[in-house]
Design a protein around this ligand. Structure first.
Ligand SMILES: [Cu+2]
Length: 92
């Protein structure tokens, strides 16, 4: 058990824990531009505090049926210098 904990800590320290889901609320959906305004909680892998900001989405189909006020869980990463939603889940 101790060894597993050590390996986990090392992996976290090395930044392998980027796929961490963050709670967010949709503020605006821009289907044409493939952009999404989210009020998000802390994003640890990006060292970002909670705020409202615009994200690019990795795939525009993520925006299908999405509307302001929806609660979502997102995985976010910085891709080509742009904050990008790489995964989006809607708790039903
Ligand atoms: Cu932010």
């Amino acid at each position: 058990m101790k060894r597993l904990a050590l390996i986990t800590s090392l992996a976290l320290a090395a930044g392998f824990a980027s796929a961490q889901s963050v709670d967010a609320e949709v503020r605006k959906v821009d289907t044409a531009q493939g952009k999404l305004t989210l009020k998000h909680g802390e994003i640890k892998n990006l060292d970002m505090p909670p705020m409202t900001m615009v994200f690019r989405v990795a795939n525009k189909t993520m925006l299908d049926g999405l509307k302001a006020g929806d609660k979502v869980k997102v995985d976010v990463d910085k891709i080509d210098g742009q904050y990008t939603v790489v995964r989006l889940a809607r708790p039903s």
